[in-house]
Design a protein around this ligand. Structure first.
Ligand SMILES: Cc1cc2nc3c(=O)[nH]c(=O)nc-3n(C[C@H](O)[C@H](O)[C@H](O)COP(=O)(O)OP(=O)(O)OC[C@H]3O[C@@H](n4cnc5c(N)ncnc54)[C@H](O)[C@@H]3O)c2cc1C
Length: 344
């Protein structure tokens, strides 16, 4: 349990953009990943007087974006500012936020009273022992290998109509298809602009959807895209096709395949599930519980489509569930000690 003295110390001494030292000894919960999911989980745990350490490698998925949109009361806030405030709030309640990359996480020998233990090791060799683990490492968007595409990611190359659709409304948008999932993506972007071109880019577009696209005024280009073309100022100006033709566009919408960030977590042996047309994610039940005793997951690592609000909410639910399970384990431990004649 964190004491009031430690809580006041953290609030007074740690600037929001600095790393805390890794605490000595076993802690209640190690949170791997300090984005919206991990920080909200840690906030709930720290407020429950659990000793909690968030370990974060500092590359949240939405880092390229200027602002977070669609998040009630915080719409338009830069991602870095939301995380800065989140870290500050976790620390206000005695939680620690350590900057670093987890390279291994695995079960360790249980405590003498039979409670679970895990060892989490960072890239610089430091390690910590925790009673429970919350995995909130997010995902990576794997962009198609079209030259020039990646440099505009999060600005003129967008994926989520709810994140930046309003910002690109009425622009000349091109949907770069990556598979069947891009078809419904196109209808969503058609809601935002009348000037929409669908680049099939080697994917199948059935006759029914061709007719529906035509009815909605969506142009279809079947010639593959070879590169993104910029104007003299470096702004996205269009795409070049395999036949050399350039199609003018100011925005490209692309649903990139998503890959969960699971490196270093293999030792936890978390089950993975297929998410049709989207990728694979860590399987979880209510409140992010997994089949691996003592390990919870939250945010994009288990819910590929969660935005910031849903990720934060999932982290909070997982944090509360972990606290509930720890409370039961604490009672078990107390009972065990009572049986041995010792006291806590
Ligand atoms: C360009 C773009 C713009 C977006 N805009 C919006 C928007 O406007 N509104 C919205 O609601 N959503 C938006 N999103 C979605 C948003 O990014 C996600 O919903 C959100 O980031 C998910 O939170 P998370 O905590 O699950 O993961 P993340 O925010 O990705 O956080 C995961 C954290 O874990 C860390 N990590 C990973 N592996 C390790 C490891 N081994 N050790 C230590 N740390 C590790 C990472 O460095 C990262 O800091 C956008 C996404 C993109 C790509």
């Amino acid at each position: 349990m964190t004491d009031k003295h430690e809580q006041q110390n953290m609030t007074a001494t740690t600037p929001p953009d600095a790393s805390d030292a890794l605490p000595e000894g076993a802690i209640d919960v190690a949170v791997i990943g300090g984005g919206a999911a991990g920080l909200n989980g840690a906030l709930i745990l720290a407020r429950s007087r659990r000793s909690v350490v968030v370990i974060d490698s500092g590359s949240p998925r939405n880092a390229p974006a200027d602002a977070v949109h669609g998040l009630l009361a915080l719409d338009g806030t830069p991602p870095s500012e939301i995380l800065r405030r989140g870290r500050e709030q976790v620390r206000q309640y005695g939680g620690h936020v350590v900057f670093g990359e987890v390279v291994t996480a695995e079960p360790a020998a249980p405590s003498t009273d039979g409670d679970l233990r895990f060892t989490v090791t960072l890239a610089d060799g430091r390690s910590i022992t925790a009673r429970r683990i919350l995995v909130a490492t997010g995902l990576t968007d794997v962009l198609p290998e079209v030259p020039g595409l990646a440099e505009h990611w999060g600005h003129s190359v967008v994926h989520c109509p709810y994140c930046h659709g309003w910002e690109v409304r009425d622009e000349a948008i091109g949907v770069l298809a990556t598979g069947p999932v891009s078809i419904s993506h196109a209808y969503l972007y058609r809601q935002l602009t009348e000037d929409l071109t669908y680049f099939t880019h080697g994917t199948n577009l059935d006759e029914d959807n061709r007719a529906r696209f035509a009815a909605r005024g969506i142009r279809i280009v079947d010639t593959p895209v070879t590169e993104v073309v910029n104007d003299a100022h470096g702004a996205l100006a269009g795409v070049r096709l395999a036949d050399g033709q350039v199609v003018t566009r100011s925005v490209i919408a692309v649903l990139a395949p998503m890959r969960i960030r699971d490196r270093g977590l293999e030792g936890l042996r978390l089950p993975v599930q297929d998410v049709p047309n989207k990728g694979r994610s860590f399987a979880s039940g209510a409140a992010g519980i997994t089949e691996v005793p003592g390990v919870w997951v939250a945010g994009n690592v288990t819910d590929l489509t969660a935005q910031v609000g849903a990720s934060a909410a999932a982290g909070a639910l997982a944090g509360a569930d972990i606290n509930r399970m720890l409370a039961a384990a604490d009672a078990d431990a107390a009972l065990h000690l009572a049986g041995t004649g010792e006291t806590l």
